[in-house]
Design a protein around this ligand. Structure first.
Ligand code: ATP
Length: 200
């Protein structure tokens, strides 16, 4: 199987910027959030189980998951998120593992924002890349990008693994506390290392 590199980091740390660069350099990129979105779209493989668990109201007329309904349901019934997760996680895994078999690029990057929060991912990967940056920078970048109030950003960061936890699980660290040119230069170096590992 193709060399498989996990890519993770906190909200606003720079994962998308890094994975876009790696894709540009020739990596095959698979994003777990995109897979989750696809399997809950019209005709998605998760839809039969979602309808069975939450009823017809959870399915929009076009066949996609009704995200607003699920959000409201989760507000009233906190177990909803867990039930949804139990449906989605194995299907996301299955979809990603199938995708890995078809990769012809020299290596594959799996973008898993919650790699350290959700179990079971590490065994699919040969190595883990963590995009790291100080919490203050995460807040500033998300504020600028999403226009969210600081309290909302703090709440997301609180719910995620700490910097220390992520760094402890990293095989490679990309430090994103400089400008974008500095970030991209590190990514180019990382790509060279991965190509070398892949060639062995
Ligand atoms: P999320 O977890 O929210 O999806 P992410 O980890 O994918 O975020 P990005 O979207 O890559 O992070 O970056 C967050 C924001 O910060 C983006 O608007 C991006 O353009 C900007 N950004 C990232 N790195 C830098 C940098 N080094 N200098 C300036 N802006 C940056």
């Amino acid at each position: 199987q193709v060399l498989t590199i996990g890519l993770t980091g906190g909200i606003g740390s720079g994962k998308t910027t890094v994975s876009n660069r790696l894709a540009h350099l020739g990596a095959h990129v698979v994003d777990a959030d995109e897979v989750a979105h696809k399997i809950t779209g019209a005709g998605g493989i998760a839809m039969p189980a979602i309808e069975a668990a939450f009823g017809q109201a959870a399915v929009r007329p076009d066949g996609a998951m009704n995200r607003d309904y699920i959000r409201t349901l989760a507000f009233d019934e906190p177990a909803t998120r867990q039930v949804l997760e139990q449906i989605l996680h194995p299907l996301i895994r299955q979809t990603i593992e199938q995708a890995l078999h078809r990769v012809t690029a020299p290596y594959c990057v799996l973008v898993i924002p919650l790699l350290f929060e959700k179990g079971g991912w590490r065994e699919v990967m040969d190595a883990v890349v963590v995009v790291d940056c100080p919490v203050e920078l995460q807040i500033a970048r998300v504020k600028k990008r999403n226009g969210w109030p600081e309290a909302q950003i703090h709440a997301v960061i609180e719910a995620q693994a700490t910097r220390a936890t992520r760094l402890a699980g990293a095989d490679f660290v990309v430090e994103n506390h400089g400008d974008e040119a500095d970030l991209l230069a590190q990514v180019d170096e990382l790509h060279k290392k991965l190509i070398k590992i892949q060639a062995k």
